[in-house]
Design a protein around this ligand. Structure first.
Ligand SMILES: Nc1nc2c(ncn2[C@@H]2O[C@H](COP(=O)(O)OP(=O)(O)OP(=O)(O)O)[C@@H](O)[C@H]2O)c(=O)[nH]1
Length: 385
């Protein structure tokens, strides 16, 4: 957190010059690199293999100096653990240069302070990996990096990687035990089968199905289908012991919040009764129509209400965990929509040929999503049809 400005501070007034004694002037710090540092959040249920994956990344050749944060964001459980990077069999606690040239530092702390503490060492690393505890809900963390002040001014969220344990994920998804979430809304719906595993999968940009060695091919296919039905946007990678080939392509430098890959297949069957992915189609829009999309999203993401369409039955509560969208506006720019829970942003980008003229879409991942009704609602609300 940045300190609040002093009481008598007035940003309208130009600062007044004061004489300084050269002997008391502190040496200026070296200029900070202007570029923001990417951060990848690694999440996944207890024992899914997060630490195994982190160790693998840190010990691979990727020409990066990585800082690692073990965190307890979003839950109060005090789970003792530490990362054991293999460096002559020693456990890494402090800054250490690894054999592949990357730097490693572990900071165990709660909240934003861990990252702020780390940023004091800025310049020593060029990538941050943040491992959450198995019970954490990444939705609480991601929007911190969207702000242009605070930690968002020096760090950007590259992507959320969720590990799932191939042998146990179906059981975790079907577990009816109330989840540990800081959001009272989620704690209130255990009967609908919302689990921590759902939350972690629904917000992922990459899902690593780990421990593939423990299941048959048929079981692996079932896991893949279920995971894809929950999150149709994420890349899915199958791994054993966290070994993901070609890390630069699949896990790091994804820029998942600046790009939009879209759904790989148009629509998936509703294999998971709790959370699903839907893609609402949109033609090329005018700016005024884009403003209506903004208004529609405010209703859906902030108030959990689909705007009431006069001739349609009441929709009921909607709960969007992740939204991504891309649409052409006034034939001169592309609007990209990114959202996690109630925070979303719409940014303008140069139009690219690949964006096409009118194949915009809004992809929603969450609870209680019924595509046909949502499509009709958007057609009415945004396009006036
Ligand atoms: N058979 C098998 N075991 C694995 C695999 N990946 C990890 N393990 C083992 O699973 C156990 C848990 O792995 P961790 O990497 O500690 O999992 P984690 O997600 O960090 O665990 P928590 O921090 O407790 O949530 C360890 O004993 C690993 O050696 C895999 O692909 N196959």
């Amino acid at each position: 957190m940045l300190p609040p400005p002093p009481q008598d501070f007035d940003d309208e007034e130009p600062p007044s010059l004061v004489p300084v004694d050269p002997d008391t002037v502190e040496e200026l710090p070296e200029e900070l690199p202007a570029e923001k540092v990417p951060i990848t959040i690694v999440t996944g249920y207890l024992g899914a293999g997060k630490t195994t994956l982190m160790n693998y990344i840190l010990n691979e050749q990727h020409q990066k100096r990585i800082a690692v944060i073990l965190n307890e964001f979003g839950d109060s459980a005090d789970i003792e653990k530490s990362l054991t990077v293999q460096q002559d069999g020693q456990q890494v606690e402090e800054w250490l240069e690894l054999n592949n040239g990357c730097m490693c530092c572990t900071i165990k702390d709660t909240g934003v302070t861990a990252i702020e503490k780390l940023m004091e060492k800025r310049g020593k690393f060029d990538y941050i990996l943040l491992e959450t505890t198995g019970l954490a809900d990444p939705g609480n963390i991601a929007p911190l990096f969207w702000l242009d002040d605070g930690i968002g001014s020096s760090i950007f969220l590259d992507g959320i990687v969720t590990l799932v344990d191939a042998a146990n994920i179906i059981r975790s998804l079907d577990d009816k035990t109330p989840i540990q979430s800081s959001d009272p809304e989620e704690r209130a719906h255990p009967e609908e089968g919302l689990t921590t595993a759902h939350l972690q999968i629904s917000q992922a940009d990459v899902i690593v199905i780990n421990k593939a060695d423990l299941v048959s091919k048929e079981q692996l296919d079932t896991v893949k289908e279920r995971v894809q039905a929950i999150n149709g946007l994420a890349r899915i990678i199958v791994a054993e012991h966290g070994k993901v080939e070609d890390l630069g392509t699949w896990l790091l430098d994804l820029k998942a919040y600046q790009t939009f890959e879209g759904l790989k297949t148009e629509q998936r069957s509703k294999l998971d009764p709790t959370i699903s992915t839907v893609a609402v189609k949109l033609p090329a829009l005018t700016q005024a129509q884009l403003d209506k999309v903004d208004e529609w999203l405010r209703s859906v993401c902030w108030d959990m209400q689909v705007p009431a369409k006069p001739d349609a039955p009441e929709y009921g509560e909607i709960d969007v965990h992740r939204v991504k969208g891309r649409m052409v506006v006034d034939n001169k720019k592309t609007a990209i929509i990114q959202g996690v829970r109630e925070i979303f942003e719409i940014s303008d980008h140069d139009i690219k040929e690949a964006d096409g003229a009118g194949d915009g879409k809004l992809v929603l991942i969450g609870r209680n999503l019924r595509l046909e009704e949502l499509q009709r609602n958007v057609d009415w609300f945004v396009l006036g049809e």
